[in-house]
Design a protein around this ligand. Structure first.
Ligand code: ATP
Length: 268
C-alpha cells in the first residue's frame, strides 16, 4: 500500500535528512530502526505530508499510496487516503476530555457508521479510555496518553497507521502492552509503520524492518532475519540480551490478556 522510492529530503540548504530511501509496506508491520537523527521521524513526516510544516522539502524521489503520488499532497488529503500518523511525544489535546479527543479523531471518518464502528474498536482495544471518558487527557498517565493518541488516530479508520516511537519513556510493562496493541491493530487489518529506538520491541512486533543510518537505509529485510543478524545485535540490540528475553515474556503476557478478547471480533 505504501511505496517510498529514492526519497531524499532536506531541511533548509544544509541538512540532508534522507538520501535515496526505498521503503515498501504491504499490509504488514514495518519497523523503522535507527539512532538519534537517523531520519526516522522525517520519513514519517514525509509520508503523512507534514514535513513542509517542519521546514523540510522533498528534493527527489516519490511517495506512493496505492500507486498514487502523495508527496506533494496536504496532510488532510493523505488522511482521506487512509494514512494517519501518531507523532512522537503523545500529542493529545491536554485540556479536552478523553471523549472529546476521540471525537476529534472521528472527524476524519468516512461516515457516521464508520465512526461508530471505529469507536467500538477503540473502546475494545483500550477499555481504560471508556473508564476515563470524562477525564481531561492531560491528567492521564504517560501510557494512557499514548493509548489515547493511538485511539484518536484509529477513530478515522486508517488503513495505514504511522507510529513515531510509541514506547518512548514508558515503563517495560507498558511497552509490552503497546507492543501487543500494535499486533492487535495489525491483526484487525491495519498496516503499521512503527518507528522505534527500542529495536527489541519493534523487531518482535514487525514482519519487516529497515534500519536508517544518517538518512540512508543501512539494512532491510524480514524482522526475524534482522533480529538474528550480528550487525543488528551489535548496533541495536547490543548488551540487551537479558532485557530482550524479559521484554518477550512481558509482551506474551500482555498479549494473552489483551488479544483473545478483541481479536475474535475484529478479524472476522
Ligand atoms: P530521533 O530518534 O532523535 O527523533 P530521527 O531518526 O527521528 O531522530 P529526524 O528527526 O528525522 O531523525 O532527523 C533527521 C535529521 O534532520 C537530523 O540531523 C535532525 O537534526 C534534522 N532535523 C530534523 N528536524 C529538523 C527541522 N525541523 N529542521 C532542521 N533540521 C531538522
Amino acid at each position: 500500500m505504501l511505496n517510498v522510492r529514492g526519497l531524499s529530503v532536506r531541511y533548509g540548504r544544509s541538512v540532508r535528512a534522507l538520501e535515496d530511501v526505498d521503503v515498501e509496506v504491504g499490509n504488514g508491520v514495518l519497523a523503522v530502526l535507527g539512532g538519534n537523527g537517523a531520519g526516522k521521524s522525517t520519513l514519517l513526516r514525509t509520508v503523512s505530508g507534514t514535513v513542509r510544516m517542519h521546514g523540510g522539502a522533498v528534493t527527489s524521489g516519490e511517495v506512493l499510496v496505492d500507486g498514487t503520488r502523495v508527496d506533494q499532497m496536504d496532510p488532510a488529503a493523505i488522511v482521506r487516503r487512509g494514512v494517519v500518523a501518531v507523532p512522537e511525544g503523545r500529542q493529545v489535546f491536554a485540556r479536552m476530555t478523553v471523549e472529546e479527543n476521540l471525537r476529534a479523531g472521528g472527524l476524519g471518518a468516512r461516515s457516521a457508521a464508520a465512526r461508530a464502528s471505529a469507536r467500538a474498536r477503540v473502546h475494545e482495544l483500550f477499555p481504560v479510555l471508556v473508564e476515563r471518558a470524562r477525564q481531561r487527557a492531560g491528567l492521564l498517565s504517560g501510557g494512557e496518553q499514548q493509548m489515547l493518541a493511538i485511539g484518536r488516530a484509529l477513530m478515522s479508520g486508517p488503513r495505514l497507521l504511522l507510529l513515531d516511537e510509541p514506547s518512548l519513556g514508558l515503563a517495560p510493562q507498558m511497552v509490552a502492552r503497546i507492543a501487543a496493541i500494535v499486533r492487535d491493530i495489525h491483526a484487525q487489518g491495519t498496516a503499521v509503520v512503527l518507528v522505534e529506538q527500542n529495536a527489541t520491541m519493534a523487531l518482535q512486533v514487525a514482519d519487516h524492518a529497515v534500519a536508517l543510518e544518517v538518512g540512508r537505509v543501512a539494512l532491510a529485510g524480514p524482522a526475524s532475519e534482522l533480529a538474528a543478524s550480528d550487525e543488528v545485535q551489535r548496533l541495536y540490540l547490543g548488551g540487551h540480551a537479558e532485557s530482550a528475553e524479559q521484554a518477550a515474556a512481558e509482551a506474551r503476557e500482555a498479549e494473552r490478556q489483551l488479544s483473545g478478547r478483541t481479536l475474535a471480533r475484529w478479524t472476522s
